[in-house]
Ligand binder design. Structure first.
Ligand code: MN
Length: 277
């Protein structure tokens, strides 16, 4: 069976201008598009982010991935990263965010996942939105009405996250299931990009660069021009074709049986119980 969402994609990463080591890791192989931003001293950060991505790499090459596969990979990553923390890698942890291509009753969806403050955005039918909700102290203050969103970028607490894989967190990931549309563009990035470019600047680059690799390269370049204070990673994914219900009528192959029955229907925010450190 062909992939429910056909994509073209590009990616770029750079340590930036101030950090010696790049602690970001990513995977951009269908059906997986994920960015992880590691934390912890003595190189624990780059090991933690690479470990999380590694646990997903075994799913590469499938036509689609389900929420159960994502949950299982997160669990394996958490076990391995928690084990790192007991040795040299004290405090090892990582964010993770992105999309996997999912097949729900034969139709193509983006299954978005997030833990931490790396971000997944979607540009769809002219609308540019941040899909993931940051797990950060600053986001909590904004939600509580105690901080103006415009002041968040310069707030001294902007790097403090409230959920992670490892780093003492056992909080659950958030999931969103979004019906994919042909022409959708997904951006996944670490805070080294969103910390240097605001939403409108990111949007403008995504509109200006039609090729996904050119867009990813340009985003990282623009973040460097603005100071490159952190590691920067950008993954850009464009849907060129999406299998829809209409495509399936007249198709005599049996529809895929989804394991995601809880996702039967339209877009669902799936915020889960508040975790915290
Ligand atoms: Mn970062």
């Amino acid at each position: 069976m062909t992939a429910p969402v056909t994509v073209v994609f590009g990616s770029a990463t750079d340590a930036g201008l101030r950090r010696r080591i790049n602690e970001d890791s990513f995977i951009a192989v269908p059906p997986l598009f994920l960015v992880a931003d590691g934390m912890g001293g003595h190189r624990a950060g780059d090991v933690a982010s690479a470990t999380a991505i590694e646990e997903f790499a075994g799913l590469a090459g499938r036509a689609s991935v389900g929420v159960d596969d994502v949950r299982a990979a997160l669990l394996r990553a958490r076990r391995r990263i928690d084990a790192l923390s007991s040795g040299e890698g004290a405090g090892a942890g990582t964010t993770i965010t992105g999309v996997v291509i999912a097949d729900i009753h034969g139709e193509g969806y983006w299954l978005a996942v997030n833990l931490g403050d790396s971000r997944t955005y979607r540009l769809s039918e002219g609308e540019f939105e941040q899909v993931s909700v940051d797990h950060s102290v600053v986001q909590e203050l904004i939600d509580a009405g105690e901080l103006d969103p415009a002041a968040a970028a310069s707030d001294r607490r902007r790097n403090v996250i409230t959920r992670a894989i490892g780093a003492g967190s056992d909080a659950e990931a958030d999931f969103w299931l979004l019906p994919a549309e042909s022409g959708d563009r997904i951006l996944i990035c670490s805070d080294g990009l969103s910390g240097e470019l605001d939403r409108d600047e990111i949007h403008a680059v995504l509109l200006a660069e039609s090729d996904p690799q050119a867009a990813a390269t340009r985003l990282v370049h623009e973040a460097m021009l603005r100071g490159g204070r952190d590691n920067i990673t950008a993954v850009v994914v464009d849907a060129t074709a999406v299998r829809s219900r209409a495509d399936r009528s007249g198709d005599d192959t049996a529809p895929a049986v989804p394991s995601e029955d809880e996702f039967d229907g339209d877009t669902l925010p799936r915020a889960v119980a508040t975790g915290g450190f």
